[in-house]
Write a protein that binds this ligand. Structure first.
Ligand SMILES: C[S@@+](CC[C@H](N)C(=O)[O-])C[C@H]1O[C@@H](n2cnc3c(N)ncnc32)[C@H](O)[C@@H]1O
Length: 389
């Protein structure tokens, strides 16, 4: 990921504008962690200034990092030049300026929550990686819409470039956890969901994509006759998943071993060279489901006194039945303004975010924290905590 190292660094005045970026403020934690709020090409993000024994490391903060690496590179270049910093090591020289524009193929969750409508057949691929199968499906089915979900930013970047180079018009790429994404799709609207070679997570099974809840949600989103296709090289994952699929009602299951698909992904090529077995579980849905309501955004409906909160702040984990909120760290911008870093959600998956607090404004940052069922419950815990401080 883009970053630069420097022996010496001096903080600029805020706000400052340089090149394509606007640097709004610096927020400092009690432990001395420094975050700079930056807006580049309409993308808001935080840059992290990390002091170490050799000087400083400046990079994008993980939580607010934009999906397109080129935008973060530009922000770091502008910050380096604004502060006249001499780098000792850096990887931020972006070669292609044109990829700086927000790709029309990349869609936010906000878009799916509020705007997404289509009359086309929908195919969904979870964790598309190098994108070989995703691009293949899009080209094979020009009249269908192919939605690709991925959380690995370099893979997203690579596929966005391919969509542009190959002039593909029927792909939407989403940088979001697939386990939550399906909640946004209308019931009985999807023809196929592909989950090819998901990470087996043998040591952390709670991180697996396939779970009872994911299968429930897939079944709701699938048309009658629609399919969820799992393909894996892991005996363990196959057995585990089969145990989850077999509990479903009103579905049909098909198991295959070592069958070839029309296109083989990079992972698949590797497993085939190693002569590993490959398993498919295909679930066909036979049930009509109730329609769902649109999902909104989490909101704070009261003001917060930042000075009071800051003087009493302590790191805390709050727990509900199967959800939690971890209030991690507080950052001060000035007496009346600051950030709180939080993680929250279901025990199995969680959101990482900041809460930006100003006199009459309290919002999550980045602003894509959506009111999914788990998030809503955890948000109630957070509100109660900060209002009772
Ligand atoms: C082992 S790779 C397989 C990639 C591709 N399907 C293939 O067959 O080559 C698994 C991919 O799933 C992505 N992934 C893992 N968990 C995910 C999640 N919860 N939501 C979306 N993508 C996820 C990873 O980033 C990774 O790119």
């Amino acid at each position: 990921m883009p970053n630069f190292h420097t022996k010496e660094f001096s903080e600029p005045n805020y706000p400052s504008t340089y090149g394509k970026s606007n640097f709004k403020f610096v927020a400092v934690s009690k432990r001395g962690e420094r975050l700079v709020m930056c807006s580049t090409q309409d993308s808001d993000m935080l840059l992290k200034i990390h002091k170490n024994k050799n000087g400083f490391l400046i990079k994008g903060d993980k939580i607010t990092r934009p999906s397109q690496v080129a935008i973060l590179q530009q922000a770091l270049k502008d910050f380096r030049d604004l502060t006249n910093t001499k780098t000792t090591n850096s990887n931020i020289e972006s070669k292609k300026e044109r990829s700086l524009k927000i790709s029309p193929y990349l869609k936010s969750m906000e878009y799916f929550a509020n705007e997404f409508r289509t009359t086309k057949e929908i195919l969904v691929e979870v964790g598309f990686g190098s994108g070989r199968h995703l691009l293949y499906q899009a080209k094979k089915n020009p009249n269908k819409l192919v939605i690709g979900l991925e959380i690995h930013k370099p893979s997203i970047e690579q596929v966005l470039k391919q969509c542009e180079l190959q002039n593909i018009e029927n792909i939407l790429v989403v940088d979001y956890d697939a386990r939550t994404f399906l909640e946004f799709l209308q019931s009985n609207s999807v023809e196929k969901i592909f989950v090819h070679f998901p990470v087996p997570w043998d040591k952390k099974p709670h991180r697996r994509v396939i779970s009872e809840r994911f299968i429930d949600e897939s079944k709701r989103a699938l048309k009658v006759g629609g399919t969820l296709e799992l393909r894996t090289d892991s005996d363990n994952y196959f057995e585990y998943s089969f145990g989850e699929f077999i509990n479903q009602q009103k579905v049909e299951l098909h198991i295959n071993k070592n069958s070839d698909l029309e296109v083989s992904s990079k992972y698949e090529d590797r497993w085939k060279r190693q002569e590993k077995d490959i398993y498919d579980i295909t679930m066909t849905n036979h049930e009509n489901s109730e329609p769902i309501e649109n999902i909104g955004r989490l909101k704070f409906d009261k003001k917060i006194d930042f000075a009071k909160l800051s003087s009493r702040f302590e790191e805390t984990t709050l727990r509900g039945d199967d959800f939690f909120a971890h209030i991690e760290e507080i950052f001060t911008i000035n007496k009346e303004e600051g950030l709180i870093r939080v993680s929250f959600g279901a025990s199995q998956r969680n959101e990482h975010s900041y809460i930006y607090i100003k006199k009459d404004e309290v919002v999550y940052m980045p602003d894509n924290v959506l009111a999914t069922k788990d998030n809503e419950k955890a948000h109630e815990l957070i509100k109660e905590y900060i209002w009772n401080m």
